[in-house]
Structure formats: C-alpha cells, structure tokens
Design a protein around this ligand. Sequence first.
Ligand SMILES: Cc1cc2nc3c(=O)[nH]c(=O)nc-3n(C[C@H](O)[C@H](O)[C@H](O)COP(=O)(O)OP(=O)(O)OC[C@H]3O[C@@H](n4cnc5c(N)ncnc54)[C@H](O)[C@@H]3O)c2cc1C
Ligand code: SF4
Ligand code: SF4
Length: 1015
Amino acid sequence: MPLTAVQQTRLREDLQGLIKGDVQCDEVTQQLYATDASILQVRPVCIVTPRNTDDVTAIVQYAAEEKIPLYPRGAGTSLTGESLGEGIILVFSRYMRRILKTSDNTVTIQPGLLRRRLNGIIGQSQNRLFGPLAGNVSSTSLGSILARNGAGIHYLRYGLPSDHIVALTVVLANGDVLKLDRNALIKPLQGEGSVVLAQEIAYGKEYVYAGKIARLLNNRTGEQLIESANQLSVNRAGYAEHAVLQGKSGQYVDLVPLFAGSEGTLGITVEATLKTVSPPQRKSGVALFFKSIFNALEAAAAVLPLHPVLCELIDRRRLTMICDWDTRYRPIIPADAEAALLVELDAGTLEAPKTAEECRNNLLHLIDLIQTKKQLAFHALRVNTESDFQLFDQVIRRSELVLGRMHSSIQSVPLFDDIAVPIDAMQDTVSDLLALLQQHRVTASLSGHVGQGHIRVHPLLDLSQSDAISTLRQLAEDVYTTVLQRGGTISSEWGAGLLKPQFLPQQFPQLMPLYQSIKETFDPQYLFNPGRVIPTGEHWTAYLRHGLKKRGQPPPNPAGESQSRLAKLKSNFLPNQVEIQLRWEPSQVFEPAYQCNGCGECLRFDRQSRICPLCRGSATIEYAPRSKADLLRGVLENDIELESLTGERAKEIADTCFHCRMCDIECPAKIDTSLLAYRSKAAYVAAHGLPLTDLLASRLDNILDWMQPGNLLFNAVMRNRIARWLLEKAFHIPQRRKISALVYRSYLNRIRWSPLRHRLSSEQTDKTRVALFVDTFANYFDPQLAELAVQILEHNGFSVHVPPRQRSSGRSSFAVGHANRAERLARHNTAVLSELVRQGYKVVTLEPYSASCLTKDYRHAVGSEDSELLAENVTDFCSFLLQHHRSGKLVRDFQPLLYRVGYHAPCSALAMSASLTTDVMPVEKLLRLVPGLGVQRVERGCCGMSGLWGFQRKNYRQSLHIGIPLFRVLRPPDIDFGVSDCMSCCSQMSHGSRKSAFHPIRLLALAYGFISALR
Ligand SMILES: Cc1cc2nc3c(=O)[nH]c(=O)nc-3n(C[C@H](O)[C@H](O)[C@H](O)COP(=O)(O)OP(=O)(O)OC[C@H]3O[C@@H](n4cnc5c(N)ncnc54)[C@H](O)[C@@H]3O)c2cc1C
Ligand code: SF4
Ligand code: SF4
C-alpha cells in the first residue's frame, strides 16, 4: 500500500502527536525494515517505536480507524517473513525491553527484551534463567518467542515457551488491554443470554473474550476434535485451541496458549511474567558419529527412552563446513562421518543434581546401546568438562549459521527448515525427502532437533538460474504434501509466517473455519499481521526479495550460461549513473551487500559481545551491520532513490560504524560491513563535502606536519584552559579529552634526514628484513616507541629499515569516508611497501589497526596485484614477534618484571587474527614469556575510542560510556597498569581508569633493559 508523500506526512504527524515513541516514514528506514532473515521482502509505510503500553494502545486505535495493518517486531530475524508487512511496523526492541520485576522464580518483562540479555542479567544476579529457546541464540526477542511458542532446541528439557508463562498482558485490535493471569483462570458461565452477558460485563473484558472463545470451542465438531487430537505435541501451525479449556470438564478458560503461538495475529504482547529455572547441571553428553544419516535417525529414536534433554542431528556438509570455520574441530570430527548426533542426558539441576556416578552410568549405557549393541555409530566422543560443553554448544550453534558462509553461486534457502513428523516416521520421511530432492535435482543439507521429530532441510541452489524459483515452488509443494501424509506438521517452531499459510488448509481441513472464527473474535478487521495463520491467497513467491526476483530474470544483454553470478547481478541492477555520481564502482559493494542473509547475529544488545558498540549501546537495530547491507542493496536494486544514500538518514546509519571490524569475525557470512559503511560515507562526502571535524581527522597528519615548527608552543598553549575552550568551540575537540604532547620533530622527519636509518639493508645480509611502518601516534607523539621497536627487532636478529617515503595509513580518512585522500594514501603506501616486499621485506606495523588498514582497506581501495602482495606480508609487531618465538628464535634474555598488568585486546587485533574474544591473544602469549610479569586479560568489550572517533566532541560522552566496563576492571589495586597494543586504546584506558596504560613494546623494552623505567 504505497502512500503518497502527503499521506506519509500526515501519517507521521498524526502518530507523532499521539505517542511518546519515535515515528519514521522515510524511505531509508522503510528499506531497513523491508527484509528479515527470510527470502522475502515487503516494504512497510511507517516504523513506530513505542515507549510504553499507552503508546501501543494509541497506535492500535489509530490503525484501526485508518484501517492500516500492524506488524509487531522484535529483532526481525524470522525465517518466514513473519514480521514483514505493508503497514506500520511496531518495533519493541528499542524502548520496551526492560525487566519490570523479578521474584525468586519469576520475572516480568517487556516484549522487546532479548532472551540472551535476560538470561545474562538474571543469570548473574539470581543464578536463574528462562529456559525455552526457539530462535536465533543471539538476537531473539522474548515477545517473538511467546508469539511463536516454538518447540526449539531445549524442548526436551523445558517443553514449550507457553508452559513457562505465568501471566500475559496483550493489546487487542480494538485497543482493549487484556491481563491474563494463569493463577486465576476464568470460569465463564455456560450458554448465552442476559445472565451470561451480565457476568461478563461485571467481571471485565477478560470474561467477555473467555466466554466467546469457550462458546466457539464447545461447539467443535467431532471431526475437529479428532483433527486437533491428531496433531503432534510440537506442532506450531494454526492456533493451539486444544490447550484452552482446562479443568476436568473444560470449565476453565486459559487464553494464554491461544495468544502464545498466534504469530502476533490475535494481540500484541506488551508484558509477560515468566517462570525462571535454575541452570541445569551439565555432566553427561556425547557426540555420536555415523556412516549414514539413517543410522543417526535410528539412533535418535533408540535414545529417547533414556530421556535425553537434547538430541541434535548434523549432516556431513555442515560438519565439514564447521571444521573449515573453526579448525579446533578438525581433529575431533572424523572426516568420514556422514552424520553426527549430539545427545545430552539429564544431570538434574543445581538444587537436585544427579550423582556423577549415575550420570556416567547412564551415558555408558547409551553409548553401549548405540555403538556396541545396535552398531549404529562408528565413533563416540564423551563430553564431560566445562570446556567440552563449550565446544559441544558451539558446534550446535555453528551448525545453524554455517551455511550462511557459502560465498559461491550456490546458496542455502531457508524454506523447509521447520518440519516435524512422528519419531517413528522420521526415517521414511527423510527417505521420501531425499527422493524428492533427487527428482528435482536439488542438493540439500539436513539437520534438526531430531529428538522431537524436527527436521531442517536447506536446499542449496544457484538462485541466479532462471528456473530456481519455480523449482523451489514445486519442491515446497511436494515436501509439505509428503510431510502431512506422514502425519507431520509444516511447522514445529516458527509458525507459517508468510511462507507457508497456503499449506495450512491441507494440514487443518476441519479446523480452519474455527481458526478463522478465533481470529475474528479478537481481530475482526484483520489488522494484526494479516496473511499469517489465515491465508489471504497470496503465494509466497509474490513476496520474494527483489534481488531474487531479478536474479531469476535473464539479463538485458544475455551473454549465455557462462556468465558469472556477479555479472548477471550487475547487468540486472546496476544503474550506470550510480557509478558516476558516487565516484566508486557499485560492483565493489555487490558481494557484501548480497551476502548478508539478515541472520541477525550482529544484533547483540548485551555487554558480552563486542560487535557494533553503538548499536548495542542504543539498542537500535538500524545501527547494526545488517542495516548497512540493507541500505546499499536498496540502492543497487533501485528500491530507494540514489539520492537517499547521500541524505542525512543514510549518513546517520553509516556514521554508526567506526570501523572496528569486529563484524569480520562475528558475522557468520563474513560480510565486510566496514567497507559498506565506508562506501556510504564516501557517497555522502561526494555530494556534500566533508564537515570540518571530519576534515581535521582525515588530514591530521598534514596538519601535524605543517604545525611542526611550532609544536613546543602548541604544547604550552594546550595546557591553558582558555585555549582548550577555544579549541573545543572552533574544532570540536572536547576540553576534557587528554591530548598527548607533540614532539619537536616527527620520527619520520628525523628518519628522512638521517644518513643511516633510512638506508636499505645491505643486499648481502642473511638476516630477515623488516620494513617498519610507523603509525601516526608514534610518529608525532611518541617516537621512542618506534625506536624501541627497532631496537627489539635488531636485538632479535632482524635487519630493520624504516621506509622514509611511507605516509600515514589513511585510517582516519577511511573512517570518515574521505575517499579521495584515503585512496591516494593507499596507492602511495602500497607502491612504496610492495616494492620492499618484492625485495624480500616483511612489513611490520606498530599497531594492529594499521595492519588491518594496510591489508583489508587497501585491498579494496587499490585492488591490484601490489595490494594483494602487501596484504600477504603485513603483520603487527606483537604477532610478528610471537611468530619469531614460535620458530624458536626469540631472544629471551629478559629481566624479571614484577608487575601485574591488565591487557585489553583492541578490536582490530581480534579482527586481524580472526580470534574469538575468548582466545589468548599474541600480546598475552608474548608478555607471559617475561619472568615475573602477571598478565590478566580484561575482556570487557570495546574501549570506545576507535582512533579519532572519541576525540570528537559529539562522541566524547558516548565514547566514555562504552568504555565504562573496561575502566571498572582496571581500577582495583591488584592491577598495576593497563596494556594495549593500540595507542588510542591506551589513551582511553588511562583517561577512564586514571591508571597508566602502555604499549607492550615498552614492557618488552624494559624487560630487555633498553629503558630503565616506564613512562
Ligand atoms: C540463523 C538463524 C537460526 C534460527 N534458528 C531458529 C531455531 O532454531 N528455532 C526457531 O524457532 N527459530 C529460529 N530462527 C528464526 C528466528 O530466530 C526466530 O523466528 C525468532 O524468534 C525471531 O525473533 P525476533 O525477535 O527476531 O522476532 P521477529 O522476527 O521480529 O518477529 C517474529 C514474530 O513474532 C511476532 N512478535 C514479535 N513481538 C511481538 C509482540 N510483542 N507481540 C506479538 N507478536 C510479536 C512478530 O509479529 C512475528 O510474527 C532462526 C533464525 C536464524 C537467522
Ligand atoms: S551482517 Fe552478517 S551477522 Fe549481520 S545480519 Fe548480515 S549476515 Fe547476519
Ligand atoms: S566495523 Fe565495527 S562498528 Fe562497523 S559495522 Fe562492523 S562491528 Fe559495527
């Protein structure tokens, strides 16, 4: 329902006048909410972020008057397009995400709260958790868990989410607010007439609706009752009408099971009280490996009598990809395994643990049964320890995400990943499914929570083939028909969404009219999530993502089958003017923009992860990496105007990236979102020029070079409060931010005039040659750092050369989208350094951020053989020295250092080494070689500085706010000082914790005796 500009303005103004929350109707925001993790796309007209229940009620009443459909949304990671729609999107994850109340065994929450965050908080404060999980582990909101009521991964342990609801508050389509308390179930009077009506009016709205539903259910036909009874316990399609009437003769009405699992079609959840449980004891798990997937399915059925609490199937394709993703699994997972079954047995709870002996015996019995007696598995790996369980959990987690990493023309399509059948029909169903896949010539990956009959089939297809979508369409029909014939369900977790409602009449031939009556009882206008549960007749292919639709079409200039996927995409989409107007080639952003599958792994609002600090801090989904991909895809597909990219809203979104590159490792699809944000910023700069503060940041090295004769005077002026005040007013450098003193002459300037240092190492030397790249901080503020680096390298037998023609890495120019300068610097340094690489030099940078810039940013900015060569030969100082140690050559004549230091790993170091935040970093390993030195890793997320970002007045407060958890850990007296291999992190650490922080080079230099004290 596209609106005219006038209608949009009216809609925004009307809503803004009614609520305290935010209202956005611009096309950029519409584009960001037009997709989720499914293959579908529907553009909304307006996005509203309510602050409280009154806001929700006001929006609902307005929407009812104006007949605009409403779509509640959590994190938007549904795989069936559940939260997509043409009308108003109601986003709960920003403001309505609080914990309202906790008791010993319950918690009252708002719907936008992420399950992961809730469990982080109550886990720490009460050692409790909310158990059920049907959804993406990182970003699933509780509102959606309740709205979908899926069985999920923990079904065998905890049952359905609805089993854990104590009370629910929902807003109905007419604005009524129902408070449903399961401790006080409603007993409506039987029959109709004035007495019944009087009771309902006297007791309130809850009675009215309970009475209406009771009357509907009491009139069910025999066929309806049989159909209802025949559904699987994990069925998640349709409404759970069978669970409503309670008590011996069904005299009580419990409306909660109806709302839970209604896919947001009956009411909007605004508050819920949930049961919490104590964390389970985890003592006995096993990974069983099989030569055939059928053996694994037989084993799953055989272990059920032993009451497993988890039973997951993973096929060979995923196992192989997991081993490629994380090499720790290579020695563990047998290469010839066709399938694995991960089983965990119940070990009790904290309050009532089972004995270790009991757990051990149960597990041995299981292994004996499957491996020896039934001879189904050829290998069994017991899981006992905490670290074993971490690997166990990660392998399950990664099995869900791993297909997103495929960077080939073949893609995995989430289409039938939610079917379930009775356990004894699993083998036959899988056999049928494999035959269907073969018949349609489609390969697929299979996995699932097989302990509850759940099977996940992911077809792997080249979607650029013109017949791919019609193949999928036919396959879907055949798959769902087979599953229903086998007594299964089309959904056991995420409902029908927009993908599957047309199959519901096939599953519920008798019950569909009842479902329609239930829907109309609560929402007669079909205002909430229309198209879900009650089909509208629209086929899912009508909602296909535009990219998929266009990819299926032949390109305007067909070049035959040999045309690559990228070429096809380009010829279908790229408007030529994009390139001309943006001054960069759109094909550079094609792959990352399309590779993002919307999985939502980057939407993390908890403090445990590092990804996107600005998105986390504000819990704003629009600031997540995913949005950068959505934005550029919108431009490439002409869904939004090219000019949008150069508008203020697009700039706001791009500016939330400060290029920490944590998404490089945390995004399963390895999307280069930093590049996408840089290209968006560059588009804005191309249209509007650079703001003053960004210009200063971008040209900092130039400015410092020009200032050099007056550096000492500048330092003196900087000590003056009035001068700092003026600096803040004129150049937006916050008064309270500490600025290090400039040196009289920069390091590179001195090198340029030194007859010795810049000379190339003698041709005859048999030493390994190192070209030192000097970062901006060392060059202008701390040349001693570079000198010490040279001294340490020479002490270790390297021949060191400091190329005098090197220039600033251009990192801050990349960060502000100053493309002309960034790319000029990139080309210059690439030419200088790649020439040295050809002569046998290794390039070593003092800080990992420069190493990251020289490899990743230069690769796409220069894109030549030279930049590839350079990228392969750049290392940061500490990683380089650690490699030297590993080859047994590190000189270790260290003096003991009796300090205890807190090491903060910069994001760029983690991203460069592709390390998880839990991995031990090169700096830690290196410093632990120094006798007496205690190195404690302080992993509290980003420090908040990110180069010059925290130096800008507009970012100052936020920068310190992000760093607070880190400052807190550094403050206690047991840590003498902080250490980080990034100088801007050091500066932030000492600013926030009021303790000094040093680069590890200084500690090594002290241990080698090159300096007598730290300063
Ligand atoms: C990699 C990956 C793995 C996944 N694995 C699983 C899995 O194992 N099991 C599983 O079940 N799902 C899985 N999903 C799907 C997805 O995570 C779930 O659908 C999840 O619940 C969506 O959460 P969300 O907060 O993003 O909800 P959204 O997508 O925003 O919304 C989901 C539904 O909830 C409704 N809703 C949200 N808030 C409210 C509210 N306040 N009131 C009423 N209705 C509301 C929406 O209207 C919509 O119908 C996976 C997704 C991905 C990307
Ligand atoms: S950027 Fe990566 S993590 Fe985020 S939604 Fe896209 S693919 Fe998933
Ligand atoms: S580079 Fe950092 S700030 Fe930018 S999108 Fe990735 S995680 Fe977010």
